[in-house]
Structure formats: C-alpha cells, structure tokens
Design a protein around this ligand. Structure first.
Ligand SMILES: [Zn+2]
Length: 389
C-alpha cells in the first residue's frame, strides 16, 4: 500500500514537473510541442529553453501560436543519468503504450520509464485532442556524446522534409528504421510532423546557443514570431559557426549495434560526419576490431558507456532521388501495396502492412523508401512496412 502510494505520488510529481513552459494563444493558431531531456544526461536543451522563453526575444503577447515545452525523462534528469532502467526514447512502441494505458500498474515490469511513458502519453494525447486540427508540430531536442556539427534527424515523410529544408545543416533521413520506439516515430504515426535536433556535444558550452537559435528560427518558419533579415542571418550563423560540413539530405546506410557487456569501445578521435573508408578500423569489442563495412561519413559514434548504437554510416542523398520520391508519393500507392504477394494490411492501422522478408528479394528496401514506407524487420519471418506520409 505504501509502495502504491509512493508510486502514485511519483506520477503526480512527474506531471507537475513535466511542463516546463506553456503558452496558449487559442485554437485558431498552430501549435509547437518541444521536448527536452528525453535523455536525462542532456541538460543543454533545458537550459536553452529556459533562457530563450524568459528572454525579450520571445514576447508572449507577440506570439502567433501555442507552445508547450515538455521535459521527457524527469527522473533521469533529476539523477543526471541518460535513463533510469530503459532509454526513454526507445519505449514508444504499441506494446508499451497498450500496457501503460490498459494494464494495472502491478502487472508492469519494474521499469521506471513506463511511469514516465504513462504520464507523457497522457499529456501528448490531451495536446493532440486540443490542438490537432490545425498544424501541430513536434521538436525533440538532443545532444551527442561525440563532437558534432548540429543536425536534424527525422522520419522521411514529405511533411518533415519541408520543415527541415529551411535549415543550412545536415538533414538525416530514416534514422528511425534503425531504432526501436523513438518518440518521433510515434508522433509521425499519429500523422503530425516531428523533427529531432542534435545541437552538438553534451558539454559543449555552445550546444545550448544552437538549441536556442534552432528553436527561434523554427518559430519564425512556423509564422509564430517575426524576425528581421539580420536576425535570421545571425541565428543561422550561430548554428553553423565553427563547423565544416555539407548541408542537405543524408541517408543512413549502416548501423553498428552494441550488445550489453560486449566491451564496445570507439577508436579515439572520430568526429560526427568525418569521412571513413571501407575496412577502416572504427572501434573494438571483445571479439576484436570493428571496421567500416562501407565507405561514407561516420555518424553518431558512441563515446559514452550507455546506449546501444555504436555508430552509423551515412551518405548524401541525390536531389533526383528526393524529387522522384516526392512525385511517387503523390500518386498515393498506399492501397496497392496490399496486392503484392505475401503482404497484408494491419488489422488496426491501415498505414501499417506486414510482409514476408523474402519480398525484399524482388522489391528492395530502396523501392519501399521511394514510395514512402519505413521498413522494419520485427522478427525472422515478419517485415513491418509503415507508410510515413
Ligand atoms: Zn539524446
């Protein structure tokens, strides 16, 4: 009973703390939801949002939109840890949501993040109910363990591309195919645009400045605030200053996953977006050296002890591919997919299809990407195709 009481108290506390800022202009305005600290060891975004929304650059009276700034993993932030039991940006799966929405808490596994999930799911559901008719956009702010130029990771949906291409930094398509249960994919599957933003290294003193500059520019592009040409120029400079990179779209071609206790260690000195050659040694673990399977740019090398993404390899996406995929998606081929052999539509969600993995012999992943699908292998004999548009 005492335990139950404590659990309830814990949830109420989370509810109180989760909303960092809230500005409600009215139901005739677009809405922006900004999440910070989905990872508790990334406080730069929290500091940046506190500063930005108390500065005279954002005046509540002049805002032409509704804004929510939400803290993700409250308890992990209190402890300055990435997470308590499980990465909070990997728990937004249908199974977990079903569990926290319907099962009594006594039946939940001992995972703190499920309590955070219940509280935040409730909040997002109420924001969607209130503001979901007009444009409703989500931003998820992060920092990285390695030195990095800022970049925008997102699900490759046209609605996301349109928002991302306003920014002169690397735009990374399709990271969610390599991750289980990130918040952004959950929001996209609800039908709303959602972008991530990675501002730089966790403890880089300029990461908070880049978070603030990005959000201010974003508010401008959504038409929520007014900026002069000079201010826009200055904010874009804050984003790119000190980094060498090519702006534009990139796709992920490889992920090196890390198993617990495997002894994974990146070789020292890799920066995000650094060029690597095929067979170049990038890291090591108990079984020996780990080298690049393909040439490209190294992306998000892991320089912290927590996390299961060792590194990714990315390459630029051609303008032609972007154009042709936009045209194909306009044809809305969604309903024809179900006529392919071995493909069936999900019983609950018409945007999800299930297929036999053998289908990729005849229709490679790239074809599904062109048509606007996220492809995810959920077991040895099941492939999930999710329409992103
Ligand atoms: Zn993060």
């Amino acid at each position: 009973m005492l335990n139950e009481f404590k659990k309830k108290e814990q949830i109420d506390e989370i509810k109180q703390q989760r909303v960092l800022r809230k500005y409600i202009k009215g139901n005739d305005f677009p809405t922006l939801v900004i999440t910070v600290c989905m990872h508790g060891n990334e406080p730069a975004a929290l500091a940046a949002m506190k500063l930005l929304f108390s500065s005279d650059r954002i005046l509540e009276g002049d805002l032409r939109g509704n804004i929510y700034v939400l803290i993700g993993n409250v308890e992990a932030l209190n402890r300055s840890q990435r997470f308590v039991h499980k990465d909070f940006n990997r728990v937004w799966s249908r199974e977990n949501l079903d569990l926290v929405r319907h099962a009594p808490k006594e039946e939940w596994p001992e995972i703190h993040e499920l309590h955070e999930l219940k509280s935040m799911d409730h909040l997002i559901t109420s924001i969607v109910a209130k503001h979901g008719v007009l444009p409703l956009v989500f931003l998820d702010l992060h920092t990285t363990s390695a030195d990095s130029a800022p970049f925008i990771p997102f699900n490759d949906a046209i609605m996301n591309r349109k928002l991302a291409e306003n920014f002169p930094i690397p735009l990374i398509l399709g990271i969610e195919e390599f991750l289980d249960g990130p918040l952004m994919s959950y929001v996209n599957d609800l039908g709303f645009p959602a972008l991530g933003f990675e501002a730089g290294r966790h403890d880089d003193p300029f990461s908070a400045d880049r978070h603030a500059a990005f959000v201010e520019l974003f508010l401008y592009h959504l038409g929520m605030i007014y900026l002069t040409e000079n201010q826009i120029h200055e904010l874009k400079n804050t984003l790119i200053l000190g980094f060498k990179f090519s702006a534009g779209f990139y796709e992920i071609i490889y992920r090196h996953g890390v198993f617990p206790f495997s002894g994974f260690k990146m070789a020292p000195g890799f920066r995000n977006f650094q060029e690597v050659e095929r067979n170049q040694i990038l890291a090591s673990d108990q079984s020996g050296e780990i080298s690049a399977v393909q040439s490209g740019l190294i992306f998000m090398p892991l320089y912290q002890t927590e996390g299961d993404d060792g590194f990714f390899i990315i390459r630029p996406v051609s303008g032609f591919w972007l154009w042709i995929s936009t045209q194909l998606r306009r044809l809305n081929l969604l309903r024809w997919i179900a006529y392919l052999p071995g493909v069936r539509v999900d019983t609950l969600n018409p945007r999800i299809f299930w297929a036999n993995p053998k289908i990729t012999r005849f229709f490679p992943r790239e074809i599904f990407h062109l048509l606007g699908f996220r492809v995810k292998r959920t077991s040895s004999d099941r492939l999930m195709l999710v329409f992103r548009e």
